[in-house]
Design a binder for this molecule. Sequence first.
Ligand code: MCA
Ligand code: AMP
Length: 506
Amino acid sequence: MTKHIGHNLFGLFQSRFPKDTSDVFLEHARGELSYADLEILSGRYAAVLKSCGVNKGDRVVVQVKKSPEAVLLYLACLRAGAVYIPLNTAYTLTEVRYFVEDAKPRLIVCDPNSKEQFVKAFTDEIAITILTLAGDGTGSFINRALKLVPDHTIANNNADDVAAILYTSGTTGRSKGAMLTHGNLSSNALVLHDYWGWVPGDVLLHALPIFHVHGLFVALHCALLNASKVVFHNKFDTDQIIKALPHVTVMMGVPTFYTRLLETPDFDRHTCRNIRLFISGSAPLLAESFNAFENLTGHKILERYGMTEAGMITSNPYDGERIAGSVGFALPGVKARIADQNGNELPYGEVGVLEIAGPNVFAGYWQMPEKTAEEFRADGYFITGDMAEMDKNRRISIVGRAKDLVISGGYNVYPKEVESIIDEMPDVIESAVIGVPHPDFGEAVTAVIVTNDGAQIDTDTVQTFLGGKLARFKQPKQVFIVSELPRNTMGKVQKKVLREQYADTY
Ligand code: MCA
Ligand code: AMP
């Protein structure tokens, strides 16, 4: 087996492959992939990348349904030193166009039903090759791979070479591409693997999407470092998950996974008999869910906190006390402080903005040096935009957000993006988009709109207008028409007042 080369993340994984590479890597609906398959197929996929002219540092935009092949494509990009850019499958062409124009990829890999519109939309970009991953006859990425000799080389990357760009929206203006380096990803993965006590024989249940940090990096990387089997589900289907749980030892999920399990009569202590660890993150886990889960199963869910720009930042301890409502301690190697608006550290117990530094913190926003500079303090700390407090033991609790952000079922929705499109509707004077408590999604996107002469616009009309422009999960689940929005003396819309007013909507 090739020795771990340079700082390439794939090289790190490969150095941890099981001795017997016939061990299963992915168990999925259509069969199994072994670690030997991973090695050969990622080599074949890397050969396709090269045949498309993708060289080290070139961007590859990928918008495909979750599948084992999509995982292999990610791993092939790593080994080839290409920059992987995964996109949420819910994004519309309008949203994808922005990312493509910004990232200037060498290759786009998409699903068959998007290929025609992508070809039409991006024909001017003559340097871009567009391929489907599968399902497009002999022209697909997978079919090309079958015809090529595997390329087993691993690009000799430095720790600060970019491995992936993940787009995150912002409270103002355009989406920003967070550049994550091989060093960011490997340092975070190694820390998590150790901190969460992975042991030989652990089996991971994977039901998260693989276009975000949680499913793509946190879950897959820990399993790969552990040479573990991954029981791979294309989505979170509660019945299927309950059938799978007795055969795994670790599950990672967003809080919605846990609330859905709790609502299912078949789910009980016996279902979890082989589980070592349940982990939750991406959105706040309510104390009532934590407690109900412990009462039902005997398991204290381990809550951790992170963000796209920094991977995982804090975690409740594996061996120590896991406390509901707390996200635990800064991970080893991560420095955290609670600061006022000017970056001055606050005393323990006071609420401020969480600022962090460490090897996990990203290299900046793709081609946006000014935006990057705005998010960092002069001493290198990154401003998370999350409001938090730290107790004298340095345990951290997230208490709110300084940024105007809604998290629905673990997906981030930036109100500004939704408001600006609603405001283009005929008869709309202005709008405020808020997140209000929702039993399934944690928060639900909700719009409060002021119209000309009180014209009545219903939820369907707003959703229809937004269709094609905005992914479904960003669209308001409910719309309210009002005569005016509450404002403070400075004229700023008081979203807190609206959130209180509509708190019982769902
Ligand atoms: C689906 N729908 C949603 C959401 N998901 N609406 C609001 N919020 C959502 N999250 C809508 C669809 O548009 C559709 O609407 C309907 O629900 C059914 O869609 P379906 O895909 O069948 O939904 P589902 O399978 O029940 O999905 C719900 C889910 C999923 C399982 C909670 O959203 C999910 O897997 N979320 C995880 C997101 C995640 O991985 N986040 C990590 C980000 P209609 O029928 O009207 O068309 S990484 C991160 O945040 C940081 C780094 C961290 O700390 O981890
Ligand atoms: P993203 O931009 O998708 O990376 O989302 C990151 C944001 O999700 C963070 O800035 C937090 O606001 C939120 N988040 C992630 N994990 C947690 C958690 N355990 N508790 C509260 N908020 C969380």
